[in-house]
Design a protein around this ligand. Structure first.
Ligand code: BGC
Length: 747
């Protein structure tokens, strides 16, 4: 058999000498290989299996048997990949055609150097920085046997109850699309063959971020226009950036589960968007089509998915167990099996696995690069840039490096990081350790836990957390006594990392009652209180906003989290993060997002019959794009280079931004446009550009944005992307609530 393989390779090389392009070479190679394959061998390629779970890290005999008999085309999340990737490829060599196995993983936030959760990183608005984080992630993982990552997750979400907002790109399609492309580029580089890169897999296709009531795995019903206008945009951007693979989502799209949805997987993705890569299901999502109630049997599920255009079945084994019979009975065509097999083999070819199945196992490179000082430095920088200063009254922050500081809260002295898929991470410092180290000899740091994560027993059991042996009262009293001795209180509170992520939806995203009670007691001491908010979602912190002195949204920031937070607290880094998802002031406002449509009765105070809630303001607590700095910025009015725009013309919109405070600082200058009258309702404003600038204290800078007709296009009800002549408003400001606009007309 070795002979056939060598023959195949050498014939491919020979043909290449005749001047074939890389694609043609690949095509020839794969077609020749497929000519040798039996139907069973092809079906085996379509099976994507998890790692084996032998607690000793040994090969589970059943799993080994499957690899050896060619029943596994790809594996993922294998334990100790640095050793086991080699074992798997060794087993694959025992198959008749010696086809290597794809080895993937949820390498989402980093491999060993862990970066901020993806949502947090978007708060930096630093596309180059995000690209670099994913490039570092690819570099580390690809030296340890993993050449395929199940990332980036680029689901738009406008419902913070959904636990997976933490993994996504926030609420905005424009920013989300740029982030999607940046991350794909970072993972894959220009060519993932050039080692140190890996194949990306964008997920979850599609609309997974819009589950009804924010509850994971529930359905949704959405117009195609809204899909095109908002939710599909980042996925399309990832395809345009050349993403190598795509994962379907658990949810249905207009009644048909994504994993069996021909419109989605073939008509849109393959035919309209021209996606040529590998398409995989999510974990058992093919089997789950029975739970959706659209198929009754395993075989029907396999047929529906294969006929819709799916290539690989993750975990269900429905392809493995049913496709042969389905082909024999004519319910699935051999052409479809060939299409799927081709896509799997093409991914292996592009990754260079046929040439060398061990090419992603590189201990030398691993030893040099993994957690290298340069990687850790970038992790620190991204962690700092992801922090958002939400409130800072009376210049409470930065802290003075003196006196007595009380660190209070369930997350002040414990590790509370979310490492999505990154099981290999080293334990990072906690905030207590980092603050104590940085203020050694200068200030006294006291600590008290003060409260459990929650007193809600159901919640605590579902996040597998135990309460402290001391009573809630004892914890609280200890914290109050500790705080009494301090000049300033730093409350490290919010959500435990396990309260966000997959299957971690929350109906109530306020502070847990016991934590808020503790804050109320601390407030009575009349000392400045800084809330270091830990969460993977925007929480409802209206009381905290009204009653505390300063608030920092610090998310879960990865390996360098504690240093980053302490650097911001002490003013060694001036915060510049801006929210990429709206903070509601009340749970009842959800879904809430800045680019909402006009109301037929815009809110007027004093006029009852206008659009509002009786009990609260309609404004969010912190709008999209919001974030403070230790310095302040002043914006001039917007000026336009012209008041009319033609289809081939352009207008330059400009503002002067001045740093009017005492610190050097970074500012994300944001451009929003409103299409005032459309043939269908248009959002009140939409982000169309931004620039992150650095300004020394006292300095100013002119920021220009170019506006062209293509930026004004939108999907109409016929799903045509077109602009319409008429009046447009241009807003440039520090966040999406900017009010002053300039106007122009599109002719
Ligand atoms: C998640 C995916 C993930 C997959 C494999 C699923 O439950 O939805 O995001 O890539 O598991 O671990």
């Amino acid at each position: 058999m070795k002979k056939i393989f060598t023959l195949l390779i050498s014939s491919a090389i020979a043909i290449s000498a005749l001047g074939q392009s890389t694609d043609e070479k690949m095509d020839t190679f794969i077609k020749q290989l497929m000519n040798k394959m039996t139907l069973e061998e092809k079906i085996g390629q379509l099976n994507l299996q998890g790692g084996w779970y032998d607690p000793n890290g040994k090969v589970d005999p059943q799993y080994a048997e499957k690899v050896k008999t060619g029943q596994i085309g790809g594996s993922f999340n294998i334990p100790n990949p640095e050793k086991n990737a080699k074992l798997i490829q060794d087993l694959a060599k025992q198959t008749r055609l010696k086809i290597p196995v794809l080895i993937g993983g949820d390498v989402v936030q980093g491999y060993k150097t862990i970066f901020p959760i993806p949502l947090a990183e978007t708060m930096s608005w630093d596309l180059k920085g995000m690209e670099k984080s994913t490039a570092i992630t690819a570099n580390e993982a690809s030296s340890q046997g993993i050449s395929w990552t199940f990332a980036p997750m680029i689901d738009i979400s406008r419902d913070p109850r959904w636990g997976r907002v933490s993994e996504g790109v926030g609420e905005d399609p424009y920013l989300g699309s740029l982030v999607a492309a940046a991350r794909v580029k970072g993972f894959q580089g220009n060519d993932y063959l050039k080692s140190q890169n890996m194949m990306a897999c964008m997920k979850h296709f599609a609309m997974y971020g819009a589950p009804e009531a924010g509850k994971d795995y529930t359905g949704l019903d959405m117009s195609k226009r809204l899909m095109y206008e908002v939710y599909l945009k980042p996925y399309k951007a990832a395809v345009e950036a050349g993403v190598g693979s795509i994962m379907s989502s658990f949810n249905d799209v207009q009644g048909v589960p994504a994993s069996g949805n021909k419109w989605l997987l073939t008509d849109l993705l393959r035919n309209d968007w021209g996606f040529k890569g590998l398409l995989i299901s999510d974990y058992t999502s093919i089997a789950e089509m029975k739970h959706h109630g659209v198929v009754a049997t395993d075989a029907d599920a396999a047929a529906l998915s294969m006929n819709a255009g799916m290539d690989m079945d993750m975990i269900s084994e429905y392809f493995l167990k049913n496709l042969k019979k389905l082909v024999q009975s004519g319910k699935v065509s051999e052409a479809d099996i060939n299409r799927a097999t081709y896509n799997v083999l093409a991914a292996k070819y592009k990754l260079g696995l046929f040439e060398n199945p061990y090419r992603y196992i590189n201990e030398k490179r691993a030893a040099k690069d993994i957690m290298s000082p340069a990687h850790l430095q970038h992790a620190l920088e991204m962690a700092q840039r992801s922090i958002v200063l939400l409130k800072n009254s009376n210049q409470t922050l930065p802290l003075k490096s003196q006196g007595t500081i009380a660190l209070i809260g369930p997350f002040a002295r414990t590790e509370n990081v979310q490492n999505i898929g990154a099981t290999n991470a080293a334990r990072p410092l906690n905030i207590y350790e980092a603050l104590t180290e940085q203020l050694k000899g200068k200030a006294t740091i006291l600590y008290a836990k003060g409260a459990n994560i929650s007193e809600n027993d159901l919640l605590m059991s579902r996040i597998y957390q135990k309460k402290d042996a001391r009573s809630a009262e004892e914890l609280k009293n200890e914290a109050i006594n500790t705080a009494k001795q301090a000049d300033v209180i730093i409350a490290v509170m919010g959500e435990f990392a396990g309260m966000t992520g997959e299957a971690a939806s929350m109906s109530d995203i306020q502070m847990q009652e016991n934590q808020r009670d503790l804050l109320k007691e601390l407030r009575k001491l009349n000392k400045p209180i800084v809330l270091v908010l830990k969460s993977g979602r925007p929480m409802v912190i209206d009381w905290e906003n009204d009653n505390l002195d300063a608030i920092l949204a610090t998310w879960y920031l990865g390996t360098k989290e504690a240093d980053a937070i302490v650097n911001v607290l002490l003013g060694k880094f001036n915060p510049s993060g801006k929210t990429t998802i709206t903070f509601p002031r009340s749970i009842g406002q959800i879904p809430i997002y800045y680019a909402h449509a006009n109301s037929s009765r815009p809110e007027i105070e004093g006029d009852k019959y206008t659009s509002k809630y009786l009990d609260i303001s309609s404004e969010p607590l912190y709008p999209f794009g919001y974030g403070l700095s230790y310095t302040s910025f002043e914006y001039s009015p917007v000026t336009l280079s012209a008041n009319t725009l033609t289809n081939s013309g352009k207008i330059t919109a400009s503002v002067t931004v001045k740093n009017t405070g005492n610190y050097d600082g970074d500012e994300v200058v944001q451009l929003y446009i409103q299409d005032v009258v459309g043939s269908i309702k248009r959002p009140v404003k939409e982000l169309k550009g931004f620039e992150k600038i650095s300004l020394k204290a006292g300095a100013s800078q002119i920021v220009n944005f170019m506006i062209t007709e293509d930026m004004l296009r939108f999907y109409n009800n016929q799903l045509e992307l077109k602009s319409e002549p008429g009046l447009f408003k241009v807003y440039i400001g520090t966040n999406s609530s900017v009010k002053e606009a300039a106007e122009f007309e599109l002719k």
